[in-house]
Design a protein around this ligand. Sequence first.
Ligand code: GLU
Length: 286
Amino acid sequence: MAETGVYRTRFAPSPTGPLHLGHAFSALTGFDRAQACGGEFLLRIEDIDTARSRPEWETQIETDLTWLGLAWPRPALRQSLRRQLYAAVLAKLSGMGLTYPCRCRRGDIRAALSAPQTSTPVAGPDGLVYPGTCRGRSLAETGPEDAIRLDMRRALDRLGALPGFRETGPAHAGDHALDASTLVESVGDVILARRDIGTSYHVAVVVDDAHQGITEVVRGNDLFEATQIHVLLQALLGFPIPRYHHHRLILDENGKRLAKRDAARAVAAYRADGATPADIRTLVGL
Ligand code: GLU
């Protein structure tokens, strides 16, 4: 487990909408944790999904974070400029024999999973666990419309002893070991490169957390299940495994997680209504 002298965390928004109270809570939590121990807080713009990301949201995010009193080294790292690095890591995993091309669309996956002889579909961190239809296809057959998946069983065989990670967030505090049967049955062959963007959140986040020397990843509990994918990739790639701190989510009055479309909960909307940064801290329970 990575332990270095300097605490370093990051806030990693996707610029696909305004910063809302949930983001504010996440950024403030990371910033406060860094401040408390004289560590560093970084901003990373996760804009690999170019169809959904907008420069104006990026500007708005930086404006809102600055207004909240947060500071970080500039310029922030932008994932859209780092595609070659993600491609190199994908090539490395492929070179290890751990990937295969997949041409299944969502409908194909649903159809395969509803076939009479298959067991009940399981929902994993990325949606329905892939039934393995394309597993065994060779990379030489990769078509322009194919995604690239991780062969989970092979990845586990390759590692032998499985790594673990330390969690400091309240809901899951403690040491967690990866579990092979959970990874096979409840996570499965996750996508490492989407057909449209040539990479994936999982690859980009792991590459960048290593590159930025992140010692503790602070993010919402909704990503706790995805952490086992990240730790697995870190171990396969020989990257340090940071600590993780998953925090509670800010919910709306119906108990649902805030979404980008909840414009009323945008930090900018509260500011326009005269709220102060201290009011935002109070609103999110800090
Ligand atoms: N970009 C992700 C999001 O906005 C966060 C990723 C992370 O913190 O690992 O949900």
